[in-house]
Design a protein around this ligand. Structure first.
Ligand code: LLP
Length: 386
């Protein structure tokens, strides 16, 4: 089954470009809202890093989500789009002073702190402004996730977070600092996770840590379990909305949330992944020695996931219904890793055909680069074109 695209409109636009189907996005957001609302204390933040296209961000903000930011630039983008500062969390192992000051000046909800030196700097900068910053500690739970090595983050060997062994010491230190207020714990084990057992393992670890803190009389108001829910890259049409029901149910079943606690989520890929496609034009069909290449005008500069993570994206020829043939689908960049897919079956391809590289709404446009002095791809929503 192929996706449905306004091919006539696409012909008027300069390729390559990202196309966002706002119906898919809005349906996804509505599902998240309905499923999360089944639980009293669940708060969902959108991980801006997945896609900060202003039109996409606006639709997400309208759905009422908070924002999870990892840089001053993302905080600015969130504020500009109208996310209230009181719903912004700010994570990242290397927050620069100006970024911390920006968060302080806007009065964001919480800094997710990843080290003792960072805690001390936040305290210092908050003191200079006569403010008290809410902080949560990102704890490295040493829980592996069944996903690509480059996108697992919760193992002890990763650079992220504070080790479990140091948790009590850091909480105690925060208690002695006048300009930070400890309000919660933060976790994130990785991305593109489809095995709910991985989230259950995180819950078990959080339960253990909570029991330990309870026994020391330490009260935590907020638990933030990060993001990570994966999408079905193989079947973007059949399963365009991820299993949010199962996801929230896993947390409800496995995490022993105290009645006074709020559980926060930071979802990125699962919110925007399936609504976006990279649309590209075929420049040439080239016969190799024992294969044929479809050479596109889009390259790894527009969508780097296949080159960087060997990620699979379904590719469709949206302008041909001819009998399928097999192609290596490649870009024009001077790098041999500039390949979108090898031995891909596509309806017979000719120069000028449009191909859709699917499930590219997350970590697509936002990771585009200007390598080879190329222009950044544009992003259009279906609202723009109709
Ligand atoms: N929270 C934290 C602390 C994170 O580090 C991330 C993603 C998220 C939330 C959102 O995770 P999501 O729900 O999107 O899985 N560029 C890679 C993915 C990098 C993910 C980085 N952190 C890719 O294209 O697969």
């Amino acid at each position: 089954m192929k996706g449905v695209f306004p091919v006539g409109k696409f012909r008027e636009l300069r390729t390559p470009f990202y196309y966002y189907d706002t119906e898919v996005l809005r349906n996804t957001l509505a599902t998240i809202r309905v499923e999360a609302a089944k639980y009293e204390n669940y708060v969902v933040h959108y991980a801006v890093k997945a896609n900060a296209n202003p039109k996409v961000l606006t639709i997400i903000r309208e759905s009422g989500m908070g924002a999870d930011c990892v840089s001053g630039g993302e905080i600015r983008a969130a504020i500009k789009t109208g996310f209230p500062a009181s719903k912004i969390v700010f994570a990242g192992v290397g927050k620069a002073d100006w970024e911390i000051n920006l968060g302080l000046d806007y009065g964001i909800f919480c800094f997710n702190v990843e080290s003792v030196p960072e805690l001390e700097v936040i305290n210092e900068l908050a003191a200079a402004r006569g403010k008290v910053a809410n902080v949560a500690f990102r704890i490295n739970p040493n829980v592996g996730a069944h996903t690509h090595a480059n996108i697992t983050t919760g193992l002890a060997e990763n650079k992220f977070g504070i080790s479990m062994e140091d948790m009590d010491k850091v909480i105690e230190l925060a208690g002695n600092l006048a300009n930070v207020k400890f309000i919660g714990l933060h976790f994130h084990i990785g991305s593109q996770i489809l095995d709910m057992g991985d989230f259950a393992a995180l819950c078990n670890r959080v339960n253990e840590l909570q029991n330990k803190l309870d026994s020391c009389g330490i009260r935590i108001e907020h638990i933030n379990v990060g993001g990570g829910l994966g999408i079905d890259y193989a079947h973007p049409n059949r399963q365009s909305i991820p299993d949010f029901k199962g996801y929230f149910e896993t947390y409800d079943n496995c995490l022993k949330l105290r009645s006074y606690q709020t559980l926060h989520f930071e979802l990125g890929r699962s919110v925007v992944g399936q609504c976006g496609s990279l649309i590209s034009k075929v420049l040439y069909v080239k016969q190799g020695t024992n294969k044929q290449f479809a050479i596109l005008d889009a390259g790894m500069t527009d969508l780097i996931r296949p080159a960087l993570y060997q990620a699979y994206h379904k590719i469709e020829n949206i302008t041909s219904d001819e009998k399928p043939e097999t192609y290596d689908v490649v870009g024009p960049i001077c790098e041999s890793s500039d390949v979108f897919g090898k031995a891909v079956d596509l309806n017979k391809v000719k120069r000028g055909d449009l191909l859709a590289i699917r499930s590219a709404g997350a970590y697509g446009e936002i990771m585009a680069s200007g390598y080879n002095c190329r222009e950044l791809p544009q992003g259009y929503t279906s609202d723009d074109l109709f």
